[in-house]
Write a protein of this length. Structure first.
Length: 190
């Protein structure tokens, strides 16, 4: 009986993933934010990318910080393949100087933008750090959720972001389009 229930549940999960893959994709409007140097960056600047990875990150969140090395590795592994990585800091209490120091300290080679008024976080309904959105060149969301399934790297069993990027680069549909992101809540101005 338990085996039959497991088979039915597995079939439902697979069918749900297939149905979600065929649904119309959410499109992200263009936005412009400044990096910690005050330079402006627009989402439309990355339209020639094979994929755009928007990563909501924080300087003070221990869960986000547990992913710092993994974010650096993801950038190393995928940026040469046409994937653009963009960090977004939407926490009201984290200054541009703090974001700059954090980026340098952890060797971030990707741009980190400051979302001062939570405009981008609110538009995408991002709620935690880290939280990931993978877009195509038309700014359609192909994947939303976590980087992987554990803040402790030695306990990871599902590398969700890597799986999504590998499928995108192979010209395939992302199988699992959404996972539950977990981390510290984004500290909004409201």
């Amino acid at each position: 009986m338990a085996r039959r229930a497991l088979v039915v549940l597995t079939a439902a999960v697979v069918l749900s993933s297939i149905l979600r893959a065929d649904e119309p994709k959410k499109r992200v409007s263009d936005f412009t934010l400044e990096d910690y140097k005050g330079e402006k960056h627009s989402l439309s600047d990355y339209k020639s990318s094979k994929a755009i990875v928007l990563m909501f990150i924080a300087t003070q969140c221990p869960i986000s910080n547990s992913y710092n090395e993994r974010m650096v590795e993801l950038y190393k592994d995928y940026s040469s393949k046409g994937v653009t990585f963009v960090g977004i800091n939407s926490n009201k209490q984290e200054s541009a100087e703090e974001v700059q120091n954090h980026s340098k300290e952890h060797g971030f080679k990707f741009v980190v933008l400051k979302d001062w008024n939570n405009v981008v976080a609110d538009t995408l309904e991002a709620s935690v750090t880290p939280e990931i959105y993978v877009l195509n060149s038309q700014r359609e969301v192909l994947y939303h959720g976590r980087i992987d399934d554990s803040s402790r790297e030695n306990r990871v069993t599902s590398k969700d972001l890597r799986a999504a990027l590998d499928r995108i680069l192979a010209g395939k549909t992302v199988e699992v389009t959404e996972t539950k992101a977990f981390g510290c809540s984004i500290k909004r101005i409201k």
